[in-house]
Design a protein around this ligand. Structure first.
Ligand code: DGL
Length: 266
């Protein structure tokens, strides 16, 4: 592993930009190579077998760019494929589940934690098992929210219909008395204002994008692999997608607040 090599990040599509944004904020000296598998999104409705295969292929795409670490930004991939990726590849690979779990367990006071995610992530029970490993006394309440991803992709972050859908999905969680809610999908941090409005002030929202960026920072520092910044060279960001780049480019520009160059193959 070379200290000045980029960090690789992959996601099923554009949702992983929430992780990239946090990485840029937390680790401004690092170069990043991002791969969004826009041709095969969504992963959240796919089988475990398919998600593992796609995740291995995405990791191979990033390895061609000599990344020093792979960040699995997709929760569905982290849930189903992280163990197989760690077995198959020798490079450090980190997923989004554990950092979110740790923060939630530290945050909850009443030991009642909610998890919202795609159908695949909820079916995998990755968050439930992760929380139980850390603290058996925490009770977990899960809810899949399949309509959230298309609402985010449409850019309907705070519309009336989004609030209606959120009220429908979150009603049961709210009644269960949770004080902490894990946003277990790359897209959900973009819905934070709407989710906070529905859940109310007493529920803390755990943003796994922020948590994984902090974990990556810690791991690089611990293994002395943080990029050494010499002179005024700016960090380099490269973005690749597996399908047409136009809509990704438009949304990425709005979300990251900068013009980025997107390539269509890894
Ligand atoms: N990136 C996916 C996740 O975090 C959400 C979108 C999808 O279903 O592919 O689970």
């Amino acid at each position: 592993m070379r200290t000045n090599n980029p960090i690789g990040v992959f996601d099923s599509g554009l949702g992983g930009l929430t992780v990239v944004k946090e990485l840029m904020r937390c680790l401004p000296n690092e170069d990043i190579v991002y791969f969004g598998d826009t041709a095969r999104v969504p992963y959240g409705t796919k089988s475990k077998k398919a998600i593992i295969r796609f995740s291995q292929e995405n990791t191979n795409v990033l390895l061609k760019h000599k990344v020093k670490m792979v960040v699995v930004a997709c929760n569905s991939s982290s849930s189903y494929a992280l163990a197989s990726l760690k077995k198959k590849f020798s490079i450090p690979i980190v997923g989004v589940i554990d950092p979110g779990v740790q923060k939630a367990v530290e945050t909850t006071c009443n030991k009642r934690v909610g998890v919202i995610a795609t159908s695949a992530t909820i079916a995998s029970e990755a968050y439930d098992k992760g929380i139980q490993r850390q603290d058996k006394s925490v009770k977990v309440f899960s809810q899949s929210c399949p309509l959230f991803v298309p609402l985010v992709e449409q850019g309907w972050l705070n519309k009336k219909v989004t609030l209606e859908v959120a009220r429908e999905y979150l009603g049961k969680l709210k009644r269960s008395g949770i004080d902490t809610l894990i946003l277990g999908c790359t897209h959900y941090p973009l819905l934070k204002p709407a989710l906070a409005k529905v859940m109310g002030k007493r529920v803390t929202l755990i943003d796994s994008a922020k948590e994984i960026a902090l974990r990556v920072k810690y791991l690089l520092a611990e293994s002395q692999q943080s990029r050494v910044c010499r002179g005024k060279r700016k960090s380099r960001y490269k973005f690749f997608v597996s399908d047409e780049p136009q809509s990704f480019q438009r949304i990425a520009k709005g979300f990251l607040g900068k013009d980025i160059c997107i390539n269509t193959r890894g």
